[in-house]
Design a protein around this ligand. Structure first.
Ligand SMILES: NC(=O)C1=CN([C@@H]2O[C@H](COP(=O)(O)OP(=O)(O)OC[C@H]3O[C@@H](n4cnc5c(N)ncnc54)[C@H](OP(=O)(O)O)[C@@H]3O)[C@@H](O)[C@H]2O)[C@@H](O)CC1
Ligand SMILES: Nc1ncnc2c1ncn2[C@@H]1O[C@H](COP(=O)(O)OP(=O)(O)O)[C@@H](O)[C@H]1O
Length: 467
């Protein structure tokens, strides 16, 4: 699992670790890691280092000494000459760095204006530098975090740097993983400075290809000689409508691609007949299930369907139109799967509000409904009260294709029917859904049907540690 920690936690860990080490060792580790990450800068090329008032600037000043040692030239812009890491500045200038008034034509840039001590939003000189980067497009490497973003909240309320890469120290930060700030970080490289053993519970985590073991609770039947389809779980699907008949097929396809042993479909006679025609394995009509999926492509009866599913007292995935009919709170394990527009409607705010603070709004909804909230998007979030929030890193924007959400809901329902907690089911479903899109066509168009078809292979690769 890849983890990100809060600023407060990082500071506490740093304090504990620093107390065991000679002065300045941590900054030297960071500076060396930063310089190593800049190995691609050719000898003789010129780097502009934008130096802020704190230790973030100090990291870059010491990294500059390593760059200068190997023949790279370094110019320095100081945010505040009175507030600069003095030893770092002395070391960098002694090694040959030149202080200049403003960035000009440099093709390489080190953004060391602000790190974890940042108040979001840049002003004055720092805002001018961010504008220069946006205009001149030097290859920009941010130190620890892109300057100006909200490090823990992952929002971008003001002017900030947009980097091509970020070299971060000790652990990831929420801003590097979650949207809307993640694109400002570019490619993220983690430098180990020894903080690991001193860090507490993460603020955010992301499933990685090596985390196949997380599926284990849904696969207990695998080695059971008396296993049969019911031991794997049955997932019930109430999806589709006259207007969106395709959603029924796609949700069923997602459900069939999961770990459950059987899919039941409950809908009108006409729709059930069409579903069974296309997917003969599906059993139409009410019966025992271990989890329900309600809402994808649902019509006017989504509210009634949700109420009827909830009467069964079973885990439930609530998607699309069913999100308009939520109970005050959930008494069963529930996974709500809105996109930003649907979450905005649930909370009575604007879509822009959700998109500018997805973590905050998903968290608000998870607490309000006592449910797991999976907020779909480029970096899908999965939030449950008292669990570490997960952010999904798989897939690409090609996944933003009609019906992909229907497949996701069905697949997540299948994992829940096999016994996974909604938090694991939602985050694993998002992870494998993105991985399946990459299996189907990593760099180009794809349909939701392609994603469903690739899910079983993506799952097998994940389980085998081959993703
Ligand atoms: N933790 C670790 O383990 C390690 C940390 N290391 C490094 O240290 C970095 C953290 O350093 P840091 O604490 O000095 O904070 P940093 O972000 O450089 O600047 C704070 C200064 O900026 C100012 N300021 C804030 N917002 C502002 C704004 N919007 N506009 C203008 N000014 C603003 C703020 O002013 P104030 O809030 O006091 O008014 C204060 O003066 C960390 O990211 C990493 O790079 C490594 O060396 C190794 C191990
Ligand atoms: N830019 C993007 N990058 C990656 N995945 C995306 C992006 N946009 C949307 N997705 C994913 O595509 C799916 C779209 O779901 P949804 O909005 O419900 O569409 P539909 O209702 O057509 O099924 C979600 O899984 C979402 O996370």
């Amino acid at each position: 699992m890849l983890t990100a920690h809060s600023v407060a936690d990082i500071r506490a860990a740093e304090e504990t670790l620093a107390a065991t080490l000679p002065d300045g060792v941590l900054m030297q580790r960071a500076a060396r890691g930063l310089a190593e990450a800049l190995a691609d800068v050719p000898t003789g090329d010129l780097v502009i280092a934008l130096i802020g008032p704190g230790n973030n600037g100090g990291d870059a000043l010491f990294a500059a000494t390593h760059l200068l040692d190997r023949g790279v030239r370094v110019d320095l812009c100081l945010f505040d000459e009175q507030k600069v890491h003095a030893e770092g500045l002395a070391a960098a200038t002694a090694a040959g760095a030149q202080v200049v008034a403003a960035p000009t034509q440099q093709r390489w840039c080190l953004d060391a204006v602000l790190g974890i001590g940042a108040r979001p939003g840049l002003e004055g000189k720092a805002a001018d530098w961010a504008a220069w980067i946006a205009e001149q497009r030097p290859f920009t490497v941010a130190v620890d975090v892109p300057s100006g973003v909200d490090v823990d909240g992952a929002t971008t309320p003001g002017t900030h740097v947009r980097a091509d890469a970020t070299v971060t120290f000790g652990t990831h930060k929420a801003a590097l993983l979650a949207d809307p700030s993640a694109p400002a970080a570019g490619d993220v490289h983690l430098v180990d400075i020894g903080l690991g053993p001193h860090l507490g519970e993460p603020l955010l985590e992301a499933i990685e290809p090596s985390d196949g073991h997380l599926l284990a609770p849904a696969l207990e039947w695998l080695d059971d000689p008396r296993a049969h389809k019911y031991k794997r779980g049955v997932v019930g699907v109430m999806a589709g409508s006259e207007q969106y008949a395709g959603a029924a097929h796609l949700c069923v396809a997602g459900a069939q691609a999961g770990t459950a042993g059987m899919v039941r479909f409950v809908g009108s006679d006409a729709l059930s007949a069409r579903v069974v025609d296309r997917a003969p394995e599906v059993v139409a009509g009410r019966g025992r299930v271990q989890a329900w999926v309600v809402g994808p492509g649902g019509g006017d009866d989504a509210g009634e369907q949700l109420a009827s599913a909830l009467e069964d007292d079973l885990p439930v995935v609530v998607d699309a139109s069913a999100l308009e009919h939520l109970p005050t709170t959930f008494l069963v394990p529930a996974l709500l799967t809105p996109h930003a527009g649907e979450l905005a409607a649930m909370l009575g705010v604007d879509r822009d509000d959700v998109e500018s603070d997805p973590l905050g709004h998903a968290t608000q909804a998870a607490f309000r409904w006592g449910a797991t909230v999976l907020l779909k998007g480029r970096r899908t979030l999965v939030v449950t009260q008292s669990r570490v929030t997960r952010v999904n890193l798989t897939g690409s924007s090609w996944l933003g294709t009609a019906g992909a959400g229907d497949v996701l809901a069905g697949f997540a329902g299948s994992l829940m029917a096999s016994g996974l907690h909604p938090h694991d089911a939602g985050s694993l479903a998002a992870f494998l859904h993105g991985a399946a899109a990459d299996v189907a066509n990593p760099d180009g168009p794809l349909t939701a049907t392609d994603v469903a078809a690739a899910l079983p292979v993506a799952t097998a690769e994940f389980l085998g540690g081959r993703l």
